[in-house]
Design a protein around this ligand. Sequence first.
Ligand code: C2E
Ligand code: CA
Ligand code: CA
Ligand code: CA
Length: 279
Amino acid sequence: AKDQGRSNYQFYTSALTLAANDRLALETSLRHALEREEFTLHYQPRVRTQDDVMIGMEALVRWHHPDKGLTAPDAFIPMAEETGLITPLGLWVLRTACRQAQTWMRLYGEPIHMAVNLSMRQLRQPDLVSQIDAILRDTGLPASSLELELTESVLMAGDGHTLTALAELKALGVRLAIDDFGTGYSSLAYLKRLPIDALKIDRSFVSDIPHDASDMAIASTIIAMARTLGLEVVAEGVETPEQLAFLKKEGCDSYQGFGFSPPVDAQAMTLWLDGLARE
Ligand code: C2E
Ligand code: CA
Ligand code: CA
Ligand code: CA
């Protein structure tokens, strides 16, 4: 996983420094990718800390690039944002994830939260709320099963339109989570103003537990604050039993990470849920 991360990072770096004609080529192939259905979703389980039961999952987009193979989002989401392609791509992700979640809930027989990442550009679309409403109605997924993950930077851009959109999404019954919590350069005052349901502790505060005392202090503080505010708290990037034991002791509600499972494709998730349903 480490090696994969490194090569993704290099691709990402080079994507940002590409010459104009290479950028154009990437943009063109991204555009075609949507028409040619080269995108796919992987799903990472979200697990209850207390008893290791899967309570939901996060949808993570992948690109089956014709030459480069399976490509991680860091290599193309920034370009999709820049070109505006994130709007149709983001809608495709939402529709696909909601349809899957509805199918899987019937299979599993238990409610599942489906978390979907939402970018800044998407939140600024004037018709985002009505489109999400339509997707929920078309797929039959209960609004309370959909969780939208927003980063602090998206929230800090907090113009009037953003605040209205969040309130309208909340009114639909959709859950809202703050992704990568703790990494944004921001005041905490917005936690009071915004209709947030959950905080996701950024992986950078988890990966060095139990060796880094400051990271542990930060993680504990986020958990305590979330509990005081009545927010669900989710830890990202949990890889080791030590990290899990610490988060459990501190009262973290749920977690995701390679320690339980990396993101898997829809077929693997179907087999998994089918197995759980038969248990
Ligand atoms: P994120 O939302 O913070 O997603 C978590 C990332 O951490 C995922 O990388 C996941 O594979 C990885 N991860 C999960 N558990 C572990 C672990 O235990 N250790 C380590 N080292 N990594 C772990 P991925 O799938 O490459 O996604 C990267 C980012 O791309 C996401 O970060 C998210 O910001 C963005 N992204 C992914 N899908 C979408 C999408 O559909 N729309 C938008 N707007 N952004 C997306
Ligand atoms: Ca996320
Ligand atoms: Ca995250
Ligand atoms: Ca992160």
